[in-house]
Design a protein around this ligand. Structure first.
Ligand code: FES
Length: 150
């Protein structure tokens, strides 16, 4: 066990955990931030995507020891009232079906648009490619990303 000082959604948090603990479980089990989901645990599905210094990363494979000093943003901290352009576009296009993967999808899309405000069709496909949706909402996801980029 060790003590880690984390910056999450603009707030300082201190946790006592094993250094190898994935950030996903720190968020969910220690900080009650359960919007970030567990899907595969092996960095293959994207359900656990968060932002680390503005970059989309998979928190299931990110040890807490590697996150100290960085700025972490989760779906809970993406906007004040769910009014991030990506979240608004998601509602406009009624994207989710079961909803389980959507926090990760939104975090990936938000990071894409932060880094590339005018993505091409190919840019969107490349960025969203690794986020799996078992309901197959991919067409609505792509449409919503395009709307958010406008
Ligand atoms: Fe992290 Fe699937 S739970 S990528």
């Amino acid at each position: 066990m060790a003590t880690f000082n984390l910056t999450i959604n603009g707030t300082s948090k201190q946790v006592d955990v094993d250094p190898s603990t994935p950030v996903l479980w720190v968020l969910r089990d220690h900080l009650d931030l359960v919007g970030t989901k567990f899907g595969c645990g092996i960095a293959q599905c994207g359900a656990c995507t968060i932002h680390l210094d503005g970059n989309a990363v998979r928190s299931c494979q990110l040890p807490v020891s590697a996150a100290e000093g960085a700025s972490i943003t989760t779906i809970e901290g993406l906007s004040e009232n769910g009014d991030h352009p990506v979240q608004k576009a998601w509602m406009e296009h009624d994207v989710p079906q079961c909803g389980y993967c959507q926090a990760g999808q939104i975090m990936t899309a938000a990071a894409l648009l932060q880094q590339n405000p005018n993505p091409s069709e190919e840019d969107i496909e490349n960025a969203m490619n690794g986020n799996i949706c078992r309901c197959g909402t991919y067409l609505r996801i792509k449409a919503a990303v395009k709307t958010a980029a406008q």
